[in-house]
Structures are given as C-alpha cells and as structure tokens.
Design a protein. Structure first.
Length: 585
C-alpha cells in the first residue's frame, strides 16, 4: 500500500466515526424533537377540546335554567292563559328570554323550545312550528352536524337536543319540554382558525363520515384522504398520534376525542415541516462532511501530485540510469516541492553520463592499445619465419626467391603497419591471406588452397590480421611436415545473427586431449608459446565483438585441424556497447 492509499484510508477512518456518531446523535435529536412536539401538540389539542367542553357544559347549564324558569314551565305544563292577550304576553316574554340566553354566550346561535303537551314551539330567532314527526326522527342527545334554515338561509349547524325529563327521550310525547340548541358552523370554524398556527398544521373536527368541520383554509381533499385512510373512530387516549403516508409524503397525525361532545379534534402537519430545523442542520452537516471529504481528497491529490509523482519519477529515472540510459533527465518545475532534489538529480545524472562516457572512451582507447600490442606481437612472429626463409634461400643462392620474398614482405608490412585504422574488411583480409599463402609457397611449393566467401560478407569489418595467423599455424604445424603437402580450405558463412569463418586443413592434425587443452587455454588471461597466435585471435574477437564471440578448435573430417572463428553481428552494430558487455564481464 503506497503513501497516497494510506493517507486516503486515514481520512476515511477519521470521517467514518464522526459520521456514525452524528447519525446516532441526529436520530436521538429527532426522537427528542418528535417527543416534545407530540407532547406539545397533544397538550394543545386537549386544551382546545377542554375549552369546547366547557362551552358545551355552559350551554347545558343554560338549558337547565330554561327548563326551571316559571314561564317555560307554564307552557311545559300546558297551562295556557285563556286570554289571548295574556298568552301573547307570555310568548313574547319567553322569546325575549331566549334571545337573552342566545346572546349571553358566543357559542349559542339559536335556541328553540318544543312543548309536546301544548303542541307549541318557540325559537330565539324566527317563528317555528311544532312538528312531532320531525322531532321523533331528529332528536339526538349528542352534538350532530346538520343543515337548517335560519332567517331564510340554509346553514350548517351543530345541534343537540335536551329533553326534560331525560327518561322521555324514547317517547317524546311524555316529555314536558324539548330544548334544541344550534351552534353555527362559522363559530366552530373560527375556533379552528384560532387554534391553527402559522400554516404548520391544519386542524378539523370529526365525528363520522360526513360529520366533520374544517377550518377556513383547510384542504378538504387532504381531510378526506385522512378520514378514508385512517380509522379515527377507534382511537384512545393511549395512542393519540401516528405517522401516516399520503402519496409520497409523510404526515404526523394528531387526534383526540372529547368525552363530553364525542367529537374528535384532528390535526396533521407534514413531518418534514416539523423536522425542518433538524433536517437543515443535518443537511448542513452533510455538506460540511462533503466539503471535508473534498478537501481531504484534494489534499491527497496534491500530495500525490507534489510528492508521489516526483518520487515515482525519481525512482523510474534511477532505474533507467541503472539500465544504462544515462541521458535520462526529469523535467523541472519551479513550483514543485522537490525542485531542488530534481535539479540535483539532473546534475548528478549529467555528471554520471559525463564520467561514463569518459570511461567508455578510455576503455576504447585502452582496448585499441591492447589490440595494437597484440598485432605488434604477431608481426615479429611472422617476420622470424620470413627471415628464416630468406636466409635459407640466400644460402641456396636462390636470389629470385629472395627478391620475391623481400617484395612480398614489403607489401605485407605495408598492410600490417597502417595504423590509421585497426580494422579492415573481410575481402581485404582474404586478399592479404592469399598473398601470404603465395609467400609460403615460395618456401614449400606444396600448398593448395580453396577460399569460398559469400559476397554478403565482403564488406564486413574485422580486426586486421585475424585470419592470417590461423592460416600460418595450419601451414607450419599441419602441412609443412607432410612431404606431399596439403590443402587449406577457407569457408565463410553468413547467418542471421552471426558471421563464421572456418579455416580447415588436411595436415597431421592434433590429438583430442591437445585440442581440449588448447581450447581451455584460450580463455586464460595470457599465454605464450606455439598457441600464442590462436589465443591472440580469440582475444581480439572477444574485445571487438563481445564475450560470446571467439575461436574454437576442432578435429577436421579430413584428418587435420579445423579452426572456427565466430562473432555476433549485433555486437558489431552496437559499437561502443560491445565494450560495455566486455567490461561487465
């Protein structure tokens, strides 16, 4: 796990407990708020219904007073004055008292009296008739919402009947007096409006389907949905609030039934409105958490850009330098925190590149000097043999051979002493070897040769005097001792990745153990004696073309010795890198 992942994990570990703690605290807060709101609303509902109950009790007390009044009792007992004037005065007196009772309370709107014994009826507002069939079907001792005609206008009122005596409710003809109290719906609506707060709730009174009173700004459709979706008739004081779902919105529903009037006060409010302060605080917290997370992610990103990326670039650049790409540089930006470190790295890389190139050049010069030294060691070896031949020819007075040899030696040393370049082409080397064989034939006159080189190898570059020492050893150690002489076969092979030149003779050959000994001696740092020329060629191939190149000795199928020179094309193409491989060895 890298530094950035650790930083991000640390931020998450810090934020998760805070979020969980807030969620728990928020749930407790919501619960406390809901409990307090429920308690407050329940108290308000109870207080409001107590006011209604008090008013209703006051109305009941008025009815008791009415039934005990002598004037009302006179009509209730069917004691009607014979004098029409006296009767009219009694009725007028009763009507004035009813009007006073009606005005004495803000609740009562109309009071009507029915006297079954005298079949008469009196009202505080307009004259009414006694209708026994109507009373039989409509008398109800509970408050009921109904429509009635008052002063020629149809209005909805809450009506309750008081029967004296109460036992006569089942048979109204036995009643002495029936009092009808009508409360206007507008009065109840105004009370509901006063109970309603600043638009948060929407109260209404409910008794049964069709028996409900809404406030003046109530949504009637919403009230109908609540009535249809929730059983308000079965509620009890134990449970007087609930949460209901209407559409896609939750509502907190409050209801309380008055034991006096048997009506239920219903109030509801959107839950989101109640929890708006808490929700606002919650949203603010989530926004804050989001901002903190954003800041944390931004900090992690900046840390990644300012720290992780430079470190990664430095690591990759060091790895490139390790692989030998010394020209590696990191792009600098003055706004980076690692500007000085990157600047120092670039300077260090430049110095390393300079030193490595300098070492490479010195290595090249050193190896060129070694190759020149090796070539200078080859030249005296050949010179000794040539001078010996000239001496031999001079002793035998073969001046023509001496002259030819002298000229040949002059041409030979023109080729070998050109220090302008340490390299030559295969075609030039083969021409030189051909001249050398001709020189040796001046001495032996028994050497045959066959040279087969593909044209694709003519321009391949090799060190000077690479093939000649092999041919010389083949003549001196393989063919010279044979009276009948022998043949030298030089063959070139152009492979996809390798060049191979084979020098094979049909001379006396070498024992297998001697071949193994010579092959083992080629890898040693230095050697002397008869195998020096072969060791010299092997070392120059390794210097020039890499450690995989070199020379091997094998037994020839013709009975002589076969020498295989093999070097890699890729090393030739890489140039200086061939020395890098040799240095690593």
């Amino acid at each position: 796990m890298n530094l950035i992942s650790k930083m991000f994990l640390l931020i998450m570990m810090l934020m998760i407990p805070v979020i969980l703690l807030y969620m728990y605290s928020n749930q407790q807060t919501i619960k406390v708020v809901e409990d307090q709101i429920n308690l407050s609303n329940q108290n308000r509902l109870v207080y409001f219904l107590n006011e209604i109950d008090g008013a209703m009790n006051q109305v009941s007390n008025y009815t008791n007073i009415i039934t005990k009044d002598p004037d009302f009792a006179e009509l209730a007992g069917n004691v009607i004055p014979a004098d029409r004037y006296a009767y009219s005065a009694l009725v007028a007196n009763i009507e004035s008292k009813l009007a006073l009772f009606s005005l004495s309370s803000d609740w009562m709107s109309r009071i009507s009296l029915y006297f079954p014994a005298s079949k008469s009826a009196i009202s505080s507002h307009s004259p009414i008739k006694y209708d026994e069939s109507y009373l039989t079907t409509h008398v109800n001792t509970t408050w009921t919402l109904r429509s009635t005609m008052i002063n020629g206008i149809t209005q909805r009122v809450l009506t309750r009947y008081f029967v004296e005596p109460y036992a006569s409710v089942s048979d109204l003809r036995k009643a002495s007096i029936i009092v009808e109290v009508d409360l206007m719906e507008e009065t109840i609506i105004s009370l509901l409006d006063s109970f309603k707060t600043k638009g948060n709730n929407d109260p209404f009174l409910y008794k049964a389907p069709g028996q409900y009173v809404l406030n003046s700004t109530s949504e009637e459709g919403m009230a109908h949905r609540i009535i249809a979706s929730y059983d308000l008739s079965g509620n009890s004081p134990i449970k007087n609030h609930d949460i209901i779902m209407l559409g896609n919105k939750k509502y907190l529903l409050y209801f309380y039934t008055s034991p006096q009037i048997n009506w239920t006060l219903v109030d509801y409010v959107p839950l989101e409105d109640i929890l708006a302060p808490v929700t606002g605080s919650q949203n603010l917290f989530y926004v804050t958490v989001g901002l903190l997370l954003a800041v944390g992610v931004a900090a992690v990103f900046l840390l990644y850009v300012q720290v992780q990326v430079p470190i990664k670039l430095l690591t990759e650049s060091v790895y490139r330098i390790k692989k030998g790409q010394f020209s590696t540089r990191i792009k600098r930006n003055k706004n980076q925190e690692f500007y000085r470190l990157i600047n120092q790295f670039n300077e260090m890389a430049a110095q390393i590149q300079h030193l490595v190139e300098k070492v490479y050049l010195e290595e090249i010069r050193s190896k060129e000097a070694v190759m020149k030294q090796l070539q200078s060691q080859i030249n005296p070896h050949f010179l000794y043999n040539s001078l010996a031949y000239i001496i031999s020819m001079a002793k035998m007075n073969r001046s023509q051979h001496v002259v030819s040899m002298a000229y040949s030696l002059a041409d030979y040393y023109k080729y070998t002493t050109r220090n302008g370049s340490m390299e030559t082409t295969i075609s030039e080397e083969v021409a030189f070897v051909t001249s050398y064989i001709h020189i040796m034939n001046y001495q032996l006159d028994k050497i045959r040769y066959d040279i087969t080189i593909p044209p694709s190898m003519y321009n391949a570059t090799i060190p000077r005097l690479l093939i000649q020492p092999i041919v010389e050893n083949a003549i001196v150690h393989g063919l010279e001792s044979q009276p009948e002489g022998g043949q030298i076969v030089i063959t070139g092979t152009d492979e996809p990745d390798w060049y191979t030149i084979t020098v094979e003779d049909d001379g006396v050959g070498i024992q297998e153990w001697e071949l193994n000994k010579l092959n083992a001696r080629l890898s040693k740092p230095g050697t002397e004696g008869e195998s020096f020329g072969i060791w010299n060629v092997h070392q120059r191939l390794r210097y020039q073309f890499g450690p995989e190149s070199g020379l091997t000795l094998e037994a020839s199928s013709s009975g002589g010795t076969k020498v295989v020179l093999r070097w890699q094309k890729a090393e030739l193409e890489k140039g200086v890198n061939s020395y890098v491989l040799d240095t690593d060895r």
